[in-house]
Design a protein around this ligand. Structure first.
Ligand code: CTP
Ligand code: CA
Length: 225
């Protein structure tokens, strides 16, 4: 696959990507979920692999095919994703958190299907672990990439996330733009860096966005070394 500009750039590196929307069970037939398709994360895993990295894809449930040469670890909930990421984190050189992780889960997962009785129902939700923030605290040599899906104040919110979670690159997208984010085959993202640099990318298909991310990662990884 020598026709990729990124070919061989990440040879010998180990990378982990999370993708998809976690599902938080409520009862045996229902869950709390979100509109993430998983496509952006799958494209990142494909692009990392193309660049020669040994790549693990920790994915919430979806129908997408696993990119060739990528090891897929299937998870369902935020807590399962947390466990899978933390298991591998110490060995990784690059960690990209593209997953849409549920921020809350139902406190109770009912053993039997919840029955309606005509009155209103209140669900108690409890917070899930923030996987990216934990990676940011634990990181040593790892190059850590976070995503921020926003519906308003894109730069302000994304900037705050970058600092709070101690990431090396933050991929911000305004999910209200047509052609960006959830469900779309394309994305429109801005890349933010801790030194204040910002790159606004035009609308591109998700694999091209992913290849561009890989170039940026490779450049900065070689600066770190
Ligand atoms: N993330 C995570 N674990 C969580 C929630 C989010 O690892 N429990 C990661 C996502 O994978 C993403 C980044 O944190 O890379 C930002 O996710 P986002 O939902 O945009 O931000 P939050 O910090 O959850 O803040 P909020 O949803 O309130 O905007
Ligand atoms: Ca969130």
């Amino acid at each position: 696959q020598s026709f990729f500009a990124t070919s061989g750039l990440l040879a010998g590196k180990k990378a982990l990507v999370t993708a998809g929307g976690t599902q938080e069970p409520l009862d045996p037939v229902r869950y709390l979920g979100n509109r993430s398709s998983g496509r952006m994360g799958f494209a990142v895993a494909e692009a990392l692999r193309e660049a020669g990295a040994e790549t693990i894809l920790v994915s919430a449930p979806n129908e997408l095919p696993t990119p060739p040469g990528v090891r897929r670890i299937a998870v369902m909930t935020a807590e399962e994703m947390h466990a899978a990421v933390m298991d591998e984190f110490a060995h990784m050189d690059i960690v990209v958190k593209a997953a849409a992780v549920a921020d809350y889960r139902p406190l109770a997962n009912a053993e039997q299907k919840i029955k309606k009785d005509g009155s209103s129902l209140t669900l108690e939700l409890v917070p899930t672990p923030d996987i990216l923030a934990e990676c940011g605290k634990k990181k040593e040599r790892q190059f850590l990439v976070g995503f921020a899906a926003e519906t308003e104040k894109l730069y302000e919110h994304a900037q705050a996330k970058m600092q709070r979670k101690n990431v090396d690159m933050l991929v911000a997208n305004d999910v209200t733009k047509p052609g960006a984010g959830f469900g779309s085959p394309t994305n429109i993202v801005s890349l933010l860096f801790p030194n204040g640099k910002k790159i606004d990318l035009p609308q591109m298909n998700k694999l091209d966005v992913a290849r561009r991310l890989v170039q940026e990662i490779a450049e900065r990884l070689s600066e770190k070394e």
